[in-house]
Design a protein around this ligand. Structure first.
Ligand SMILES: [Zn+2]
Length: 82
C-alpha cells in the first residue's frame, strides 16, 4: 500500500526563539510583532516564511479547514472548481 503523503508539512506551530513579524499584522493600527517565547503558526515558503500570532493562526486555520472541506466536497462530487 503506497504511503499517504502529508501535504501540510510546510505548516507547523513553533515557539518563537526571537522576535518575529506577524504576517497578518505587519502594518496598520493592529501592527505587532510575535515576541520571544510566544506560540506562532509558521508556514514555510519561498521566498520567505510566514509567521502568525495565535489570534491570526485561529483565523488562518479556520480558513484552511474551510478550504479543505471545499476540496473534499469537490473530490467527492467528482468535479473541479471551475
Ligand atoms: Zn498578529
Amino acid at each position: 500500500m503506497p504511503q499517504i503523503r502529508a501535504i501540510l508539512g510546510h505548516a507547523s506551530v513553533e515557539t518563537a526563539r526571537g522576535k518575529r513579524i506577524c504576517s497578518r499584522h505587519r502594518t496598520g493600527k493592529e501592527r505587532h510583532d510575535i515576541q520571544k517565547g510566544q506560540l506562532c503558526l509558521v508556514v514555510r515558503g519561498v521566498p520567505s516564511d510566514l509567521n502568525y500570532c495565535v489570534d491570526s493562526a485561529r483565523d488562518v486555520l479556520e480558513k484552511a479547514e474551510s478550504d479543505l472541506i471545499s476540496l473534499r466536497g469537490l473530490i467527492e462530487g467528482g468535479r473541479p472548481a471551475a
